[in-house]
Design a protein around this ligand. Structure first.
Ligand code: GDP
Ligand code: MN
Ligand code: MN
Length: 250
């Protein structure tokens, strides 16, 4: 398998035809998968925003005050409002905002970015990244994964995850297949879109590199069952359940 960045993409602006820009810069081969950073999908979809666009509610003010009291860092209540607007639910309000986005992804600050956003304060995630992936995929004729850099519980550091995908199952089901001893695998469902997103993120880089699109070549899903499930449902998520009842104590 090979993973390489699409070189030469410009700074993406609202209304840009991202599929056309990618198609001009790379020739796809049979079996390729395109991973593309949510940052540029958001820019093309006009998801830049300014703090002044958000009027802080009482709840946003209270959240900002509490975080400020705990961390000592000044927190803009309008930023808290932006996160509230982008979320179905906050699982934690302090010392940071852990949000369930409207499309089901759970991440700090609802994935709102403050870097790589020239000319604006904020960049919101695409409204429906799988729908964005579908449009790109249909125009380009390859499966598409929309990625974001995200933290994870239990471990330091961030890595790429899939926030939307089209043309590829989210995971590959190894259950019922044999290990090296012939023992049947009982639980392994491999979240391949996340693994490809992490691979792509490694190639795309995090700073000013300017390579938000990565082609995965010669990787095969293989002969396995697939599943489209990636975001746990509420009933199936004991950590989400536990966090609802948790609150930060100084
Ligand atoms: P995120 O992981 O989706 O939040 O995106 P990042 O901000 O980490 O950016 C991923 C990669 O895309 C980095 O290499 C950035 O330099 C690059 N990038 C971000 N915005 C643009 C853009 O508008 N044009 C180009 N060519 N690259 C960009
Ligand atoms: Mn991001
Ligand atoms: Mn990133």
């Amino acid at each position: 398998m090979e993973a390489f960045a699409v070189e030469g993409l410009p700074e993406i602006r609202e209304g840009d035809d991202l599929a056309a820009l990618v198609a001009d810069a790379v020739e796809f081969a049979e079996g390729d998968v395109l991973c593309i950073a949510s940052t540029v999908v958001s820019k093309a979809e006009g998801r830049k925003a300014d703090l002044a666009d958000f009027e802080a509610s009482d709840r946003a003010e209270a959240i900002a005050d509490r975080i400020e009291a705990i961390t000592g860092d000044e927190k803009d209540p309008r930023f808290a409002q932006a996160v509230l607007d982008e979320s179905e639910e906050l699982l934690t309000e302090s010392p940071f905002l852990l949000a369930v986005t409207h499309f089901g992804h759970i991440t700090v600050n609802a994935g709102i970015d403050r870097s790589n956003v020239p000319g604006a304060d904020l960049l919101l995630l695409p409204e429906d990244p799988s729908e964005s992936a579908r449009r790109l995929s249909e125009e380009l004729g390859v499966p598409v994964i929309v990625t974001d850099t995200s933290g994870r519980p239990f471990r330091y550091g961030q890595r790429g995850v899939a926030v939307g995908w089209h043309g590829i199952p989210a995971s590959r089901d190894w259950r019922g297949e044999a290990d090296r001893d012939g023992r049947e695998l009982g639980v392994t469902v491999q979240a391949v879109v996340d693994e490809l997103a992490a691979t792509a993120n490694l190639v795309a880089g995090e700073g000013g590199g300017g390579t938000p699109a990565v082609v995965i070549r010669d990787w095969e899903f293989g002969d396995h069952d697939g599943s489209q499930n990636l975001f746990r449902t509420e009933e199936d998520d004991i950590v989400r359940e536990a966090l609802r009842d948790w609150s930060f104590e100084e």
